[in-house]
Write a protein that binds this ligand. Structure first.
Ligand code: GLU
Length: 285
């Protein structure tokens, strides 16, 4: 890991920040500040159906109230679709992507039709593994469907991608050493969605590379994604950061804090009269 790490907090503005976010942001901020490194704030708002501008403004405000400061301008992903498109073009030009026209229902039907494997249908970290239907389409069929205006996602041809990189991939997990990656468990992952011209996996790795992030600090829930992220970094010749996946903050019921479970937001805690140091203590950092 770099002696003066560049860390980042990269929330999606789908709601107000809660204590789980504060925990993650404070860990990243402290890792940078204690070592004289840099701390960046990035807004991951590519999903235009779930993200709202008022939450973007609230994120900066809540972090500043907590006492966090960040270096340089805030990167807002939705302003950079063209850059993500260029990365996709690079992968496509090497035959590593293919258009997928399937709907969720079609994928489920196809998986059922393939027949029940002894342990049921194959699942990856993101649910049912894609059975590869559109990978097998002939070029003329693909072209005809695109010309007819059928919406499509772009999927990574996992087998081709693994063949394009050297040897097994690993990453450095702070406190644990080098860990082996198994990106194949994602199957042919979606890198551009039908409704969004890029996916989380593509944008996050693109931006970590562009912004010189050397230490990715994020929740344990994203640990599996790192296997796929390392593959994208290898394919794109992007530098490899170190990772620190921190345990998720749990609520009193022992379950992870999330907006949908009514976790109180930082602004609710603030409205209840708590001061930043009390909230930082609650966030466990
Ligand atoms: N934007 C992602 C989220 O809010 C986090 C991305 C990351 O830290 O890699 O869950």
């Amino acid at each position: 890991m770099a002696a003066r790490p560049t860390t980042r907090f990269a929330p999606s503005p789908t709601g107000y920040l809660h204590l789980g976010h504060a925990h993650s942001a404070l860990l990243a901020w402290r890792a940078a500040r204690e070592a004289g490194g840099r701390f960046l704030l990035r807004i991951e708002d590519i999903d235009r159906t779930r993200c709202r501008p008022e939450f973007t403004g609230a994120i900066a405000e809540d972090l500043a109230w907590l006492g966090l400061d960040w270096d340089g301008p805030v990167r807002v992903q939705s302003a950079h679709f063209r850059e993500y498109g260029a990365a996709l073009d690079s992968l496509a030009s090497r035959g590593l992507l293919y258009p997928c026209f399937c709907t969720r229902a079609e994928i489920a039907r196809e998986v059922a039709a393939i027949g029940a494997a002894p342990h049921g249908p194959a699942h990856g970290p993101e649910g049912l593994l894609y059975p590869g239907t559109c990978r097998r389409l002939l070029p003329a069929e693909r072209a005809a469907r695109i010309a007819a205006g059928q919406p499509y996602a772009l999927r990574l041809d996992m087998r081709a991608a693994l063949a394009a990189v050297d040897g097994p991939l690993t990453y450095e997990e702070v406190g644990e050493g080098r860990l082996r990656c198994d990106p194949a468990r994602f199957g042919d992952a979606v890198l551009a969605r039908k409704d969004t011209p890029a996916s989380y996996h593509l944008c996050v790795t693109h931006d970590d590379a562009l912004q010189g992030v050397t230490l990715v600090t994020r929740g344990e829930d994203l640990r599996a994604a790192t296997d796929l992220h390392r593959l994208l970094q290898a394919l794109m010749n992007w530098p490899e950061p170190a990772y620190r996946h921190h345990p998720l903050l749990l609520g009193p019921d022992g379950r992870r804090l999330a907006k949908r479970d009514g976790a109180r937001s930082l602004r609710e805690l603030r409205a209840e009269g708590l001061d930043p140091s009390a909230v930082r203590a609650m966030a466990g950092v």
